[in-house]
Ligand binder design. Structure first.
Ligand SMILES: *[C@@H]1O[C@H](CO)[C@@H](O)[C@H](O)[C@H]1NC(C)=O
Ligand SMILES: *[C@@H]1O[C@H](CO)[C@@H](O)[C@H](O)[C@H]1NC(C)=O
Ligand SMILES: *[C@@H]1O[C@H](CO)[C@@H](O)[C@H](O)[C@H]1NC(C)=O
Ligand SMILES: [Zn+2]
Length: 302
């Protein structure tokens, strides 16, 4: 949900009301998260696949993607309000870069941002794997938060300027409909593509993205996407990629009141698809490292 709600709505009942009044705004769309998680789950090795299946509640029948939007659904509940700043990073206006020390915090608490959250929940899952899980942490929740935030960190406008709340306050039109710049990247581009090219069928789009990962345009890039020796520097890199894309392709040339249409749509759609693919590949990489043979990957160093 909308980043601005972290200060707009202080009380549960207002939030409930807001959820009814404000339609599906401002989260890397449901569809984006579902795709990221489906791609990731399809790339899991045996141990990770088994651990994920064990952690998921029975009713989703082993489908991680069914719960990948859960962190967006609960972020305004009283119990989970602390998770609200974990979906994004505010960076200095116009700077087009990201710095962990400077930017990954909320209300002065270090690590309260999407990068810190991914690291946090990955560490919790590592302890689960080592059998040292203490009962303070709910490992199912850790898995769902990790899976969701790996999607968010790849949505370019989730690492955005502070004063416009990652484009949320830049009101404009997407073709003929009212929207804002954040929402265009969360949802509008993806839904338009689904409608124009995939008959609104998410499975067809998933197939197209997966095909481009395994033997299409990205096949040669995948090994560099998932290369990671040490988790935090990798996560910092993903966030840096996002703010760079936000500047070069998101904000650039866009002013409040503009109408974004074919030119913007056609040039940005491939970027949205690539970020979804990268999020999925990298989520799988992390889960495989966490749950796999502990001699491999960054898991060994932690
Ligand atoms: C890490 O997770 C725990 C609960 O699981 C939470 O109390 C803490 O605030 C989290 N920190 C970050 C940076 O996400
Ligand atoms: C862990 O969290 C999930 C989702 O919030 C909840 O359904 C489940 O009961 C929790 N498990 C424990 C052991 O508290
Ligand atoms: C997959 O790659 C082809 C080019 O080979 C491209 O036209 C298509 O848009 C890509 N599909 C997705 C979903 O990225
Ligand atoms: Zn989110």
């Amino acid at each position: 949900m909308c980043r601005s709600q972290r200060f707009s709505f202080g009380f549960g009942f207002l939030v409930g009301l807001a959820l009814i009044l404000i339609p599906t705004t401002h989260a890397w769309s449901k569809e984006g998260h579902i795709l990221t998680c489906q791609i990731a789950q399809s790339l899991l090795e045996e141990e990770a696949a088994e651990a994920v299946a064990n952690l998921l509640p029975q009713h989703v029948e082993g489908d991680l993607s069914a719960l990948c939007t859960w962190p967006d659904q609960i972020r305004h509940w009283y119990k989970y309000r602390w998770t609200s700043p974990l979906h994004f990073i505010d960076t200095p206006d116009g700077a087009c870069d990201y710095d962990y020390e400077r930017d990954c915090q909320a209300n002065g608490i270090e690590g309260m941002c999407v990068v810190g959250a991914i690291q946090n929940f990955t560490t919790q899952l590592l302890h689960y794997q080592e059998g040292t899980s203490d009962r303070r942490h709910n490992m199912t929740e850790a898995l769902l938060f990790l899976s969701h935030f790996m999607g968010d960190v790849h949505q370019p406008m989730h690492i955005g300027f502070t004063s416009d709340l990652g484009g949320n306050t830049i009101d404009l039109r997407w073709f003929r409909r009212k929207s804002n710049l954040h929402h265009v990247w969360d949802r509008d581009i993806l839904l338009q593509a689904l409608k124009d090219y995939y008959d609104k069928d998410l499975d067809s789009l998933l197939e197209a993205i997966s095909g481009n990962i395994t033997h299409g345009i990205w096949a040669d890039d995948v090994s560099s996407w998932e290369k990671c020796d040490d988790l935090l520097p990798c996560l910092n890199q993903y966030a840096s990629e996002s703010i760079k894309i936000a500047c070069k392709w998101g904000y650039k040339g866009v002013n409040p009141g503009d109408t974004l249409a074919d030119e913007y749509y056609n040039s940005r759609m491939p970027i949205v698809m690539k970020r979804i693919a990268q999020g999925g590949v990298r989520l799988a990489m992390i889960l495989n490292a966490v749950f796999g043979d502990s001699q491999e990957g960054f898991a060994a160093a932690t």
